[in-house]
Design a binder for this molecule. Sequence first.
Ligand SMILES: Nc1nc(=O)c2c([nH]1)NC[C@@H]1CN(c3ccc(C(=O)N[C@@H](CCC(=O)O)C(=O)O)cc3)C=[N+]21
Length: 293
Amino acid sequence: MNLLDGKKTSETIQDEIAAEVAAIKEKGGKVPHLAAILVGNDGGSVTYVNNKVLACERIGFGSSLIRYEDTVTEEELLTKINELNNDNEVDGFIVQLPLPKHINTEKVIEAINPKKDVDGFHPTNVGRMVAGLPAYLPATPAGILQLLKRYEIETKGKHCVVVGRSNIVGTPMSILMSKCTYPGEATVTICHRNTVNLPFHTLQADILIVAVGKPGLITADMVKEGAVVIDVGTTRVPDATRKSGFRLRGDVDFENVAEKCSYITPVPGGVGPLTIAMLMTNTLRAAKKEVYG
Ligand SMILES: Nc1nc(=O)c2c([nH]1)NC[C@@H]1CN(c3ccc(C(=O)N[C@@H](CCC(=O)O)C(=O)O)cc3)C=[N+]21
């Protein structure tokens, strides 16, 4: 078993970006600036957004964090989004999800100018991705592609089984793995809560990508010998032995599955850190006007 070290790969990517930022500064160009809107105090969301801001500082991006109480109105959010759309200093911004129930998430996402949608969640970017046009790719699927690429994992003609059909991970991942450029060219199966006999499908997988959010869903008997296993789940589970009171668990029963597969991502230290690196990549592309000219 080989570990797909997301933490290390994320650091490598961030170092590459930092070098580009230094070169931009040298030439007196526009330093990339990422803004993040965070609503409420959910522990996970606060950690992820803080990690994004820290990454910006590390690689020399400008950043702003805009926080609201979870009582914020949809109108207030839409006004702020409009402001960021028109702020020439800000190259890209994200609205951390999930949002409180009284806010229409689709409406919020559609209010973001696609040119600044560095999360790649706007329907324009989703459509462009599907059509194979230049687009901001959602950070988690883009991070998984980077892992496959940098570990030189063969994907052509392989059977890739994606478990989970979220707009953010499962659905875009399945599309990207079927595309005709490396790392893609795979035969793709997508499984979800209505799938009958999930193990039948997962056992066929040469590459198994799991993004469900159910700790330990994938057990060793569901994985083919020699498979590549990518675990996207990061659920906080109570753990009294930790100072924080919780630990992160993936969707894969790591200990037992690791023995069977050729490559596997750990949780933490797998896909999560790459998500941040790819958000930085998208922000750099925004500042360089690479996607929309
Ligand atoms: N608009 C929006 N964009 C997102 O990209 C987005 C989002 N909303 N909502 C939630 C999910 C989740 N997500 C993660 C990012 C980093 C880690 C990460 O860095 N995880 C570390 C551990 C971090 C920790 O200590 O908790 C790891 O797996 O090693 C995980 C998950 C981004 N998301």
